[in-house]
Design a protein around this ligand. Sequence first.
Ligand SMILES: Cc1cc2nc3c(=O)[nH]c(=O)nc-3n(C[C@H](O)[C@H](O)[C@H](O)COP(=O)(O)OP(=O)(O)OC[C@H]3O[C@@H](n4cnc5c(N)ncnc54)[C@H](O)[C@@H]3O)c2cc1C
Length: 450
Amino acid sequence: MAIVILGAGLTGLSAAYHLEQNQFFDFKIFEKESTPGGLCRSIEEQGFTFDYTGHLLHSSDAYFTQFLTDVVGLENLATVKRRSFIYSHDAYTPFPFQVNLYGLPSEVIIECIEGFVNRPQAKKNPRTFYDWVLKKFGPGLTKYFFLPYQEKIFAYDIKKISASWTGRFVPDTSLEAILRGSLAAPQDQDIGYNSNFFYPKKGGINFWVDKLAKKITSPIATNYTVEQVDLVNKIVTFTNGDFERFDTLINTLPLDIFLKMLKEPASSSLAPAHKKLLCNSVINFNLGINRPELSDKHWIYLPEKQFIPYRLGFYHNFSKSMVPENCSSMYGEIAFLKTPQTSPGTLTREAILQMQKLLHFNDDEILVKKVMQISHAYVIFDFWREKNLPAIHTALAAHNIHSIGRYGAWKYASMQESLLDGKELAEQLLAELNQGAVPPRTQSQSQVHP
Ligand SMILES: Cc1cc2nc3c(=O)[nH]c(=O)nc-3n(C[C@H](O)[C@H](O)[C@H](O)COP(=O)(O)OP(=O)(O)OC[C@H]3O[C@@H](n4cnc5c(N)ncnc54)[C@H](O)[C@@H]3O)c2cc1C
């Protein structure tokens, strides 16, 4: 095959779709699970639909919106205005924290304002996320939100994380905005990259990825688990004994797993890098509750250490189709690095008890409990990654291997970015092919995989 795509999550599907959109069919796509979708899967149980934690479609790109219109159909998507909150000091304050201090104890508000006014400016280009946040928001806001929340979500010391991931994810602020948000409850919540989102009217987040998968005419080889990738002979071997040759490989599997599977010449020695790439895991517990309107919010950030989860969300507010009549459903997310100190089972049980207290529901009301573990959740932007990642991608590219997507590229990426990654690479490869000697084959000439 000219092109082999590993992984049929959103990125792999997008690469396949965009190759076909450009009349290129000389590729195969392999996926270890029995269905495509990757993290954008949804599970149905007793009338409840759960995602692998809340997956909301934020669009900041004209092509992505167009894609949703054309492929998914905007009539199938609800446009929802965010209702997201932070729970701290026994109070709910709207997100983003820095401009919504109203309702918090006065001494906290004063510390945040004073800290912002006197924020340290000595470091010209702060290197760590901690220094960056301190310079941008000051010690008060850092202490009450950014430090505890980010350490919970990454399960990592933010003094050892680079500031490079922040970008559009942390909205700017001004003294005026902080003061306004301290004196009165805010009116307008259109702040930040996620103030509105799309969500499928039915079927959970999998609905739109399923639509994308169905647009791809080439078969997707599911139940194919990659076991080894031979760099020299350009052969991928699967656990079932099958193998596939490639000219170009698009990898969307997590980069650490991919590097571990490499059979490579000793000179390139890429494989050992897999031990150095850090990411955390997330326990995602989902509950179906026998009560309507458990909460009117979409999601809640829990920065305080006393709570085990870092975030909660409520599927019934994304779409009524996610729950049976007169029911609600929620998810919680718990992050850990490598092995949690307490067993995942105990952590989850304790976290659910905490949520029962916070949201006032009892055991009898829990109709369904579904716990999923996301082994690769948030990539850790440590300094080893910063220094070595570009060289890893360059070395792979020298073998015609392009590692893309949230985990293939080893970065922080939304669904929008994953879709665009697949599109951009497909177009780049086709442009290179068209300049070279090999003419792209048409569908009728290509050999399809079973
Ligand atoms: C907790 C959490 C919350 C998120 N929330 C949002 C959100 O609200 N909005 C948003 O836009 N984005 C969100 N994201 C990001 C979003 O999930 C990703 O951007 C996107 O799903 C990544 O797609 P991908 O195809 O790159 O990776 P994946 O979905 O991981 O796909 C990789 C595929 O490779 C397959 N695979 C793995 N190993 C092998 C193997 N050995 N052989 C064959 N196949 C294999 C996997 O089964 C999978 O199908 C969230 C992510 C997380 C972790």
